[in-house]
Ligand binder design. Structure first.
Ligand code: ADP
Length: 218
């Protein structure tokens, strides 16, 4: 069943920069998709449109049969979508566990439960001994794993990841890859990852190549 539907989506910045040009594609629930393509080919723009951070200039974008405007804003952000950023975007003065707990704040009223769920997830990704460390003192790879936990703690139906290994050294990339791979095999969720990294593409069930804002092959 189609989960994400793009019909003739174009995105033009400042009236002149064509980031996406007439892209049509559909993604089924449970698919894991790598968006590959050179820098500037429109990968982040596509993710940002699906996440509702950007609006298309023209075309139709539907998620689970509804346009983003039709989704309840809170449900969309908290339960439908999880976003993993290349730059982590953690609150550096807070501990690893607090960063993850904060994402649970709107959906889980019980502080003990928030703590339990967050620490369990962090433990699963090998950060048990880092729970109470401020994230500014963590390595890049550790920070990305905290950011990963934050992005999935609300069990989103769709995980979007923008160059998740882009800022990591090769050992940390490998650990994150293992984490993503385990996530894929233990959840039925859909995932779309924008990446340059062919190793990331290998753990996905489908690859979409973008070039100059167009989906050139799938
Ligand atoms: P990729 O993720 O493949 O590197 P992007 O989606 O970031 O590609 O960028 C596609 C094109 O859109 C590039 O030419 C980029 O400079 C431009 N672009 C992206 N975001 C913006 C923005 N907010 N304002 C203006 N131009 C942008």
């Amino acid at each position: 069943m189609t989960f994400i539907q793009l019909e003739n989506i174009s995105c033009v910045y400042n009236g002149v920069i064509s980031a996406l040009a007439d892209v049509s594609l559909s993604i089924s629930e449970g698919e894991t998709v790598a968006l590959l393509g050179p820098s500037g080919s429109g990968k982040s723009t596509l993710l940002n449109l699906i996440a509702g951070y950007e609006t298309a200039t023209s075309g139709v974008l539907k998620i689970a049969g509804k346009s983003i405007a039709e989704w309840n804003k809170d449900t969309f952000r908290r339960e439908l979508i999880g976003f993993l950023f290349q730059q982590f975007h953690l609150l550096d003065h807070l501990s690893a566990v607090r960063n993850v707990e904060l994402a649970l704040f709107p959906t889980c009223k019980d502080a003990n439960q928030r703590h339990l769920k967050s620490s369990r997830l962090l433990k699963e990704v090998g950060l048990l001994n880092r729970l109470n460390v401020q994230t500014k003192y963590l390595s890049g790879g550790e920070r990305q794993r905290v950011a990963f936990c934050r992005s999935i703690v609300n069990k989103p139906r769709l995980l979007l990841a923008d160059e998740p290994t882009g800022n990591l050294d090769s050992a940390s990339s490998e650990t994150l890859l293992k984490t993503l791979s385990e996530y894929i095999s233990s959840h039925q969720g859909t995932m779309i990852v924008a990446t340059h990294d062919t190793e990331v593409a290998k753990i996905c069930s489908r690859v979409i190549y973008l070039e100059d804002g167009k989906a050139v092959s799938q």
